[in-house]
Design a protein around this ligand. Structure first.
Ligand code: ATP
Ligand code: MG
Length: 286
């Protein structure tokens, strides 16, 4: 029988939607009827397990799942025997220390001998240790941000994205201690067949990510501008140049990176490019 890879993803929460979207963009189809805990892919040798995110690192370490998608914050906090295979770029957030708004934060020293509530005792204690601050860590599993107002703690260490939850609980962010995004983790020893399936999955993930970071660009230019335009276009290789029906003009095609996009467009216009078209790329095979 053909081997299958077992992929753990969050059942419902802040990782779920983007995890499922990534799987779909990789061309993997499966039926995840509501409430299902397990589902087999129709067109890829994979089985999905839908779990609480806290359980994913442990299941991957134990080999119940072969790979999993989880927040780096959870992977580091759980500290299980898994390897980070790839960074996925979504569910970005930070783990921060926050104190009551009225408090006057004087720097890390402020935390000395305080009581800090958190669901991330390991990450917090290594931060405190690094700064040689002695403090009491009070581990609670949820609703951390209400701890100061009910007298349970002087400060909190919790996940922040916009900061609005902190604000509505009368807290202010004073230190970022960890920056997180979703990552793909794997069991440290996969058998050869499953490793091959993981490599295929990873190849698809990278193609999807590359496509998102790049645009296909088409433009027209008089032939005398071509050398300058070629200099401006980074391209994967050299650009494609096609003569237009109008003599003395060509159409130039290339791929440009999202990060340098606007600067390149401006330079192209200055160099004489006209009728610039920018088209999204569906997949980019590297
Ligand atoms: P579960 O029921 O699976 O245990 P949970 O309530 O522990 O879920 P979520 O709130 O769904 O967890 O968050 C899952 C992960 O998403 C977090 O560990 C973190 O990596 C990331 N995350 C948390 N909050 C945000 C946010 N506001 N924006 C983006 N990513 C976030
Ligand atoms: Mg959780």
């Amino acid at each position: 029988m053909e081997d299958k890879i077992r992929i753990a993803i969050q059942k419902s929460g802040r990782l779920s939607e983007d995890s499922l979207k990534l799987v779909k963009e990789c061309g993997i189809q499966f039926n995840n009827g509501t409430g299902k805990l397990k589902s087999e892919a129709d067109n890829f040798p994979a089985e999905f397990l839908f779990l609480r995110d806290d359980d994913i690192p442990g299941y991957v370490a134990d080999g119940v799942a072969d790979i999993g998608i989880v927040g780096e914050n959870v992977a580091v906090e759980k500290d299980k025997n898994t390897v980070t295979v790839h960074r996925l770029g979504f569910s970005k957030c930070r783990l921060s220390l926050a104190i009551p708004r009225a408090g006057e934060y004087t720097g890390i020293e402020w935390l000395r001998n305080t009581n800090i509530a958190t669901s991330y005792p390991k990450i917090l204690s290594s931060f405190l240790e690094k700064h040689q601050i002695q403090a009491q860590i009070h581990e609670i599993s949820g609703s951390v941000e209400i701890a100061p107002s009910i007298g349970l703690a002087d400060a909190v260490c919790d996940i922040v994205s916009s900061g609005s939850t902190l604000m509505s609980n009368g807290l202010k962010e004073v230190e970022v201690i960890f920056k997180s995004e979703a990552i793909l983790i794997a069991h440290p020893q996969l058998n050869a067949a499953r490793q091959r399936i993981l490599d295929q999955f990873l190849f698809r993930i990278k193609s999807v990510q590359a496509a998102k970071n790049n645009k296909y660009i088409l433009l027209n230019a008089p032939n005398e501008s071509i050398p300058r335009i070629i200099d401006i276009l980074p391209g994967m290789k050299s650009p494609t140049i096609v003569p237009l029906a109008m003599s003395g003009w060509s159409s130039i095609h290339s791929v440009i990176n999202e990060n340098e996009f606007w600067q390149i467009i401006e330079n192209l216009r200055d160099a004489g490019a006209q009728g610039i078209l920018v088209v999204p790329i569906e997949k980019m095979i590297l």
